[in-house]
Design a protein around this ligand. Structure first.
Ligand code: SAM
Ligand code: SF4
Length: 321
């Protein structure tokens, strides 16, 4: 079992399979990066899987594939299949913008994918076009249908930005409820790769808006997730993810691996250790030692909650969010 110096158990590994993306969301990759990591520097699926196996053997129970946009890397089902065959009980999830799900949902489910978190920030074509800098709404909605038809469990992620999509808090809630998907409103996390004028709504503002339209009560947090959860009288659950909250990191159970093989203890900080060399040498003991070091040295908390807001220089599209 992996434990950090604050006695937090680490059981969840997020793996970014590519930093590349087919969208340019203003809060994540407002502009195309000056250069992409050269392909030869990326870990192959076999190399990623070698490390994932070490993680599973040391107590990782939940894996989420992310990016960049993970579905833009070819044959993602192969990596899912490797993990699922090795450890059928490990919970494999995917975080995606949904654009390529119409073609891939069924294949990914058959390979062993259980759940999918789809980012959807607006139900208005022009607004979503403005946020993602691409005309995507229709295809994302088709992707959501495809995921549902494939039998995947679906959550929706929405980042609410002041003056941009803050009038859509209720419509997004109603859409999610109608399709039976839990919506989680993620507070915008300030970072140097985002468009500089953006301002996010805090969760208490979002909850206040929703409270004017629907009754709901807070319920206990799901142990396996970072969201604060709420429930309506008819049993629909939704959540908020509040990285600015002072105690957000107290239950953090996760590590992040980039497509280049950097193992990261916290989304906010630059610190990372590369497992690439150890994996390419086939040196399991060395890779395990790096894993234990990164877990042990996980920072206690991020700095997003600090007054006057600290801005992280981490690129979400590299770390996988
Ligand atoms: N491309 C996929 C997607 O958009 O779902 C996966 C990668 S994306 C980096 C993962 C998650 O991070 C998405 O839900 C996205 O909305 C969220 N995200 C990205 N930048 C963010 C920011 N600055 N603040 C809050 N959430 C952010
Ligand atoms: Fe791409 Fe996801 Fe970042 Fe949007 S949030 S630019 S879809 S990686």
């Amino acid at each position: 079992m992996l434990r950090d110096r604050y006695d937090r158990k680490v059981t969840y590994l997020r793996v970014s399979v590519t930093e590349r993306c087919n969208f340019r969301c203003r809060y994540c990759m407002a502009e195309k990066p000056f250069s992409w990591v050269p392909k030869e520097n990326l870990l192959s699926y076999e190399e990623l899987f070698s490390f994932i196996k070490i993680g599973i053997d040391n107590g990782i129970q939940k894996i989420r594939l992310t990016g960049g946009e993970p579905t833009t890397r070819e044959n993602l089902d192969e990596l899912i299949g490797m993990i699922h065959t090795y450890a059928p009980n490990v919970d494999i999830g995917l975080t995606t913008n949904g654009f390529l799900l119409p073609a891939q949902a069924e294949k990914l489910k058959c390979a062993g994918l259980r759940r999918v978190n789809i980012s959807l920030d607006s139900l208005n074509r022009e607004t979503l076009d403005y946020i993602t800098q691409k005309d995507v709404l229709e295809q994302i909605l088709t992707g959501i249908d495809a995921a549902s038809d494939a039998g995947l469990s679906i959550k929706l992620n929405s980042v609410i930005l002041r003056g941009i999509n803050d009038h859509e808090i209720v419509p997004l809630f109603e859409y999610a409820k109608e399709i039976g998907a839990q919506i989680r409103y993620i507070e915008y996390m300030e970072n140097s790769h985002a468009h500089e004028t953006l301002q996010g709504l805090r969760s208490d503002e979002i909850i206040e808006v929703l409270g004017k339209s629907y009754p709901f009560i807070p319920i206990d947090r799901d142990e396996s997730g970072p969201a604060n959860l709420y429930e309506t009288p008819d049993g629909y659950r939704f959540g908020t993810i509040e990285p600015h909250r002072h105690d957000f990191c107290a239950t953090c159970d996760r590590l992040r691996l980039t497509a280049e093989g950097d193992l990261i203890g916290c989304l906010y900080f630059e610190g990372a250790k590369s497992i690439k060399e150890a994996i390419r040498e086939g040196n399991i003991a060395k890779a395990t030692q790096i894993l234990e070091d990164v877990v042990f040295n996980k920072p206690e908390k991020n700095l997003w909650g600090i007054e006057n807001i600290e801005i992280s220089s981490r690129a979400f599209y590299r770390t996988g969010g």
